[in-house]
Design a protein around this ligand. Structure first.
Ligand code: CO
Length: 682
């Protein structure tokens, strides 16, 4: 009988006598971080984790991943939750199982390299708040980016898990960059840095089962610390990959509870538990406990998140991942980005341009944030390049990458692209070769001065330092200085039932226009249009009173008109617009100026201002980071006027002509739609 063969069947049929395995497979559960990040847009709320937390603590996981990655961002940006509070709250329910977080190396839980003082303070605070295992990765596998955080993790007495991002340039492991030797050398480098365990992070689900076998065996032969495999399901290979990894002797596997499993998430835990019963890798987990947790999640929790699940396709597997060797999340970002720009028909061109851009940018692994960097630049190239000029609109992050701010790329960056990206780059036109954070000045003191009076403790300060725009907004909400938008509030099971009821009636034909016999009445001149916001979506609804003249022909626009607005056609600077920015990640559907434009009153609107000069328009939906110029400033063609964040990348929008800036139509933090006039040059 092989070493994985079954022990006498009659012994295991009786749960009491289920023998303890010689080398039980250890499991890290990802449901409460990567699970909802992968399937439910990272929108999991702490209150929805509590009902299963104590039972999850009983399962016997090696660790539970509950924090880090995108959770820190979405919690404060969309859920009105203090990210630090989540660790402390869950700790009250999960007392035995260590907590794990995903730490993006020097990027921490953000999308750029932070200075060493921020990195060290962040790790200290995370450890103090209750984090135990720091799963640390760098998108470029440049471990100089661990040099600031790793010693702090160790000095706090916590577990430093070093990651190797798994990447490919061909369908199978090999080629010239991502070879077996590459991975073994990375593992040795991590051990030399003091890694307590090593995680192979296959974020795109690219790892084929037999490659996993070879890789895990090689790692087990060459390093002594435990090996953990993290392989996303996206392409469909992961359950097979898992089993081959178990055969090769992997120590720890990452899985999700069934309701958080599959699609772009991870293989489910329960089938693996069953598969290993009676073998020398039996997890020892009680399947009844798992079933009871699943039932709570299915019935009481996840219906509230169902609308976030991307179930537009029948298939649970993404074949494109197999074709393009890119993460599923990145592909869906590309699709969303193109859709926002009314350019979905160009997805084929994007797929073709993608490997080219990746190669030019140093054949880097595709993982947050490099997947966004490569993805957004690819879309920019497809949409804005001309036959005689490539890289016409280079994002700030690509410039940073070319400068060396993210670290050393797997192969050198294309010199022509690098030269173009660094032309006029504010840190200098010569790329650096030192550890990236060495060129970053400490950030905390300046941030402290900026947020004085609002940040109460170090946790607030770090939150603000990591996310200055949304972090400040959150702190204003946290301390009652700004109202919490309705869209941030949780959906209840009652809401879900009401929606299900309407849907049921609609399907049964009970909601059809019975009075109208399928014919729509004529719209009258009294028709009024409302923007109705539902979570991330916005619907424009026309309301026309039935059978009688409405009392109000037109409501005044909600925002008070400035006196200047009385003069139609005059450019009206709306410095720091009062329009509340919708909280959703989805592009702000209709900015208020557009609503005002429908009103017969001569309201202040960008369209009016636009007529008198050259416009700086939003090439894509996004959020205003900052204006680099003020009204009255002289600008030269090509000068950066405004910085727009789209798909988490910053885009510097240049002045289309020389002149004087006569209008600024939005403020920092405002969401804008494609085509909105952001500024006018007279
Ligand atoms: Co993951």
């Amino acid at each position: 009988m092989s070493e994985h063969g079954r022990i006498n069947m009659c012994e295991i049929n009786c749960e009491k006598e289920r023998p303890k395995a010689k080398k039980p497979l250890l499991i890290e559960d990802l449901s409460l971080r990567d699970g909802h990040q992968s399937l439910f847009a990272t929108r999991g709320r702490t209150e929805d984790m509590i009902p299963v937390a104590e039972r999850m603590d009983e399962v016997g996981f090696w660790a539970m991943e509950v924090w880090g990655g995108a959770t820190f961002d979405t919690m404060h940006r969309f859920l009105n939750e203090d990210p630090w509070e989540r660790i402390r709250t869950l700790k009250r329910y999960v007392k035995k199982t260590p907590f794990s977080m995903l730490l993006r190396g020097q990027n921490l839980v953000g999308y750029r390299n932070y200075a060493d003082d921020v990195a060290k303070a962040f790790v200290n605070r995370a450890a103090d708040n209750g984090m135990d295992v720091f799963r640390t990765f760098d998108a470029l596998n440049d471990y100089r980016n661990f040099e600031a955080v790793a010693p702090v993790i160790k000095s706090c007495g916590k577990h430093f898990q070093g990651c190797i991002c798994y990447s490919l340039t061909e369908p199978r492991m090999g080629g010239t960059v991502y070879t077996l030797e590459y991975y073994v050398s990375k593992a040795k480098a991590l051990v030399d840095m003091g890694a307590d365990s090593i995680c192979v992070k296959d974020m795109a689900g690219l790892m084929a089962p037999y490659d996993a076998y070879a890789l895990i065996k090689a790692l087990k032969d060459n390093v002594d610390v435990p090996i953990n495999l993290h392989s996303h399901f996206t392409s469909g290979m992961a359950p097979m990959t898992h089993l081959k990894a178990v055969e090769a002797g992997v120590d720890i596997l990452d899985t999700c509870l069934t309701p958080y499993a599959y699609r772009t998430s991870h293989p489910a835990l329960e089938p693996m538990v069953m598969s290993l019963i009676g073998t020398d890798r039996d997890t020892g987990f009680d399947i009844e406990t798992l079933a009871s947790i699943n039932e709570t999640l299915e019935k009481e929790i996840l219906p509230k998140y169902r609308h976030l699940l991307d179930d537009t396709k029948v298939s649970v597997i993404d074949i494109n991942v197999l074709l393009h060797q890119t993460p599923g999340g990145m592909l869906s970002n590309l699709v969303n980005q193109l859709r926002d720009m009314d350019a979905l028909d160009r997805i084929g061109e994007v797929y073709k341009e993608l490997p080219r851009v990746r190669k030019e940018l140093g054949q880097i692994p595709l993982v947050t944030p490099t997947s966004q960097i490569v993805g957004t630049q690819t879309v920019n190239n497809v949409l804005f390049d001309t036959p005689d000029e490539r890289y016409k609109m280079i994002t700030a992050q690509v410039k940073d990458l070319c400068y060396g701010l993210y670290g050393k790329t797997a192969v050198p960056i294309d010199p022509q692209v690098q030269e173009k990206a660094l032309r006029g780059y504010d840190r200098g036109e010569e790329p650096i070769s030192c550890r990236p954070a060495e060129v970053l000045k400490p950030e905390l003191e300046a941030a402290k001065a900026e947020i004085k009076g609002l940040a109460v403790d170090e946790d607030d300060l770090i939150l603000y330092t990591l996310f200055p725009v949304t972090g400040k907004k959150f702190l204003q909400q946290k301390y009652g200085k700004e109202a919490v938008p309705e869209s941030m509030k949780a959906i209840t099971m009652d809401d879900v039932e009401r929606q299900a009821d309407i849907l049921k009636k609609a399907k049964a034909g009970e909601l059809v226009e019975s009075k109208l016999n399928g014919e729509f009445p004529e719209k009258t001149e009294c028709l009024r249009t409302f923007n109705v916001f539902v979570d991330d979506a916005c619907f424009e609804v026309g309301v026309d009173e039935v059978g009688g003249a409405p009392v109000i022909a037109y409501a005044q626009p909600a925002q008070a008109m400035s006196p200047a607005a009385a003069a139609p056609g005059q450019p009206v600077p709306l410095q720091g617009s009062t329009v509340p920015a919708p909280a959703a990640s989805a592009p702000a559907p209709k900015a208020a100026p557009a609503t005002a434009a429908k009103s017969p009153a001569p309201a202040a609107k960008p369209a009016a201002a636009a007529a008198t000069g050259a416009q700086v328009t939003a090439p894509m939906p996004g959020m205003i980071i900052k204006y680099e110029k003020n009204v009255g400033d002289a600008v030269k063609k090509g000068d950066t006027v405004v910085v727009l964040e789209a798909m988490k990348m910053e885009n510097a929008l240049p002045a289309p002509a020389d002149g004087e800036l006569t209008a600024i139509n939005f403020g920092s933090g405002d969401s804008v739609s494609k085509g909105d006039v952001l500024a006018v040059i007279g």
